[in-house]
Design a protein around this ligand. Structure first.
Ligand code: SAM
Length: 291
């Protein structure tokens, strides 16, 4: 299909909202359709978590409004985001809601779309590359790999601990687990999995700031994660992967980016290090910087 800008020209009235996936981090991973849609926007409501360089892609005369929250801190209430979407659309404007990753994966894009639909506002969804694939590919981690894993489970860190998770089943699965918003609960999740019979040697990876400057990959094991040794090394978002497929990791030739680094936490083997009484990163585990 030809990709002419004609194919994504948006109606002017009574306003139109595009929920656009911005991709996993780096602006050059925004899709072509996403870029074209963005370039026609009159109002852009963008996630505060997005890389600042996205602003270079915004039309000069567009009204750009940051919304959402950074690193779990206080941010724009979701109801206010809905209010802004409806307000600008009802004024007949072309509105882009630019959301990290894919709009419908842990991004509350579904709620925003439902609100627009209920209000009778025409809208579209422009898919984005999720951090699910972005962080994996950028760090050479296959999500599936013949002989290692044929399934991917997409999970949410807080929810895992708060809901009626079937821990024995999760501990048994051969699926690759991808845990969003899972850095804070990683230690507890790993402890539960061990308790229910998962292998202490199960590979665990933490990919932070994937595809952005400062991307960091830390490879470890379930045993060390349960002992609190696998801690974030940046202030950026992080995605946790667990599963045998991580052991099949490759090392792509990455473009030179300052601070791009990876670390491997070497497992000293049994006995399991005793967690401190108060949770907190002991900063343990021997680290080897590989790049
Ligand atoms: C609210 S969710 C949004 C997910 C997004 N809709 C997607 O499809 O990737 C935010 C979480 O996604 C993960 N994430 C997003 N961008 C990331 C990145 N560049 N590197 C690592 N993890 C990322 C982190 O787990 C973060 O806490």
């Amino acid at each position: 299909m030809p990709l002419s800008s004609e194919s994504v020209r948006l109606p002017r009235s009574p306003g139109f909202v595009s929920l656009v996936g911005a991709g996993p981090g780096s602006p050059d991973l925004l899709t072509l359709r996403g870029l074209r849609t963005l370039q026609q926007a009159e109002v852009i409501l963008y996630d505060s978590l997005l890389e600042p360089s996205f602003a270079e892609l915004f039309p000069k005369d567009a009204q750009a409004i940051p919304v959402g929250k950074r690193c779990g801190g206080l941010g724009t209430p979701q109801d206010h985001i809905h209010h802004l979407l409806l307000k600008h659309a009802r004024r007949g404007r072309r509105v882009v809601r630019l959301k990290g990753g894919d709009p419908l994966l842990f991004g509350r894009g579904g709620e925003e779309a439902q609100r627009l639909e209920a209000a009778g506002i025409p809208f579209e969804l422009v898919p984005g590359v999720s951090a699910l694939q972005g962080a994996a590919s950028a760090s050479g981690i296959p999500l599936t790999h013949r002989g290692a894993s044929r399934e991917v489970r997409i999970l949410e860190g807080h929810h895992l601990l708060e809901s009626d998770t079937d821990w024995p089943e999760l501990a048994r699965t051969r699926a690759t687990l991808a845990i969003f918003m899972g850095t804070r609960t990683l230690r507890q999740v790993a402890q539960r999995l061990l308790l229910h019979g998962a292998s202490p040697d199960l590979p665990v990876a933490l990919v932070e700031k994937a595809t952005c400057e400062g991307q960091t990959t830390t490879i470890s094991s379930l045993r060390l994660a349960a002992a609190g040794h696998l801690c974030p090394r940046t202030e950026g978002p992080g995605l946790v992967y667990m599963g045998a497929a991580i052991g099949q990791r490759v090392h792509p030739t990455l473009p030179e980016r300052p601070l791009l680094s990876e670390a491997i936490l070497h497992d000293p083997g049994p006995p399991l290090p005793q967690p401190a009484a108060q949770a907190g990163p002991p900063g343990g585990g021997r680290r080897r910087r590989a790049g």
